[in-house]
Design a protein around this ligand. Structure first.
Ligand SMILES: C[S@@+](CC[C@H](N)C(=O)[O-])C[C@H]1O[C@@H](n2cnc3c(N)ncnc32)[C@H](O)[C@@H]1O
Length: 357
């Protein structure tokens, strides 16, 4: 039988397949029609049966909302200023200007501060890769040394205006690291849609055994580079280039379990073999599978969503229903970055997480 995902496969226009990833820096309510694109050619796939979702039995978990998780300016990263549709950020040694659709207010810093920058994302659609960036001072290489909470990694100018890290995720990483350390037992972490691997590195440093999954071979390569850069080469991390849904389904069939699952899916994306990911259609099934592949004593499941037309109440309801009978608490809200110049909050994404205690 054809799954709804299979039926959708290859129905999207060709242009969409080569377009850039859904920009996380967009306001969550602003949908984008561009997928996170894998760098391998889509090919026909065997069909999988659709998942039949049943309402889970049992008491709903406790709830806590709204929870606003905030990243403040720090030595590694700072949102310096924002306004007039742009943001000015400090990534390690570099000051970078990128578009920011949500910044509908006025810039607080004087124009000379905005001119004194190292890189500006031009968004020139005729260009690929670093061609879409302008370097007003000196031409810069594709990568540069960055650090998150003592973990060295590479910042990176990508053609999709991203820079190899989503600093707002730091709140989730801190929370996850403390769960791993406090567990005082072996902890297995699954990081779906893992990108350049920062969350995987934070988990591994805290002592977890990590499985990292992403559809992009390029992103997996960057994540492996980051592992070496961080000096965490000996830590147990499995780097897997695969469609997130397929991987999770397989783990369920095999009876494999995880204590913590992170999933940070784009609005639209593609697996390495052309599998279509559409958040509104596929999230309920993936959330359900995530619940099924938890160990008997799980610690947390953390969902982030961005660039979608939804409120955190929507993913809160999905998570709370899916984790019925599990006890614990569902906490939901937004991830925000606090700006240095005028203290304004830039919302980056919605989240909902189940925590055992
Ligand atoms: C923006 S990122 C997630 C960021 C990451 N959680 C972090 O904090 O660094 C979205 C990732 O999803 C991946 N992706 C898109 N569609 C996918 C799919 N069907 N299966 C697995 N990964 C996918 C993209 O390659 C991209 O790396």
């Amino acid at each position: 039988m054809k799954s709804s995902r299979d039926k959708r496969r290859d129905k999207r226009p060709q242009a969409d397949r080569s377009s850039p990833p859904a920009g996380r820096s967009e306001r969550p309510v602003a949908p984008r029609r561009n997928p996170d694109t894998p760098d391998t050619k889509p090919a026909p796939e065997p069909k999988a049966a659709p998942r039949v979702l049943k309402r889970r039995e049992g008491a709903l978990p406790a709830e806590r909302l709204p929870v606003i998780l905030e990243v403040s300016p720090n030595a590694d990263y700072a949102l310096l200023d924002s306004g007039d549709g742009e943001k000015l950020e400090q990534y390690g040694p570099y000051r970078i200007v990128r578009p920011e659709g949500q910044a509908i207010w006025q810039k607080a810093l004087p124009a000379k501060e905005w001119a004194n920058v190292d890189a500006v994302f031009t968004g020139d659609t005729d260009e690929e890769g670093m061609g879409r960036w302008r370097f007003p001072k000196t031409p810069l290489g594709e990568t540069w040394p960055m650090r998150h909470d003592g973990i060295d990694y590479l910042g990176r100018f990508t053609s999709f205006r991203h820079v190899g890290v989503f600093p707002e995720q730091g709140s989730h990483w801190d929370h996850m690291a403390s769960l791993i350390r406090n567990a005082k037992r072996p902890v297995k972490v699954l990081n779906l849609f893992g990108y350049t691997g920062l969350a995987s590195l934070v988990a591994a440093r805290a002592g977890a055994e990590v499985t990292h999954v992403d559809a992009s071979k390029k992103a997996i390569g960057w994540a492996r580079e980051n592992q070496l850069m961080a000096g965490l080469g000996e830590k147990p991390i499995r780097w897997i280039c695969e469609d997130a849904m397929k991987f999770a389904e397989r783990e369920e069939r095999r009876g494999n379990g995880y204590d913590i699952i992170l999933f940070d899916p784009p609005a639209y994306g593609r697996g390495p073999k052309g599998e279509v990911w559409q958040l509104f259609e596929d999230l309920p099934a993936l959330t359900d599978i995530c619940r099924s592949i938890l160990t008997p004593k799980p610690l947390a499941v953390v969902l982030t969503a961005y660039s979608i037309r939804a409120s955190f109440f929507a993913i809160h309801a999905l998570m709370r229903d899916t984790f019925a009978g599990m006890g614990g608490t569902i906490e939901s809200g937004e991830l925000i970055i606090r700006e240095k110049a005028a203290g304004r909050a830039l919302s980056t994404s919605l989240f909902s997480r189940w925590v055992a205690s």
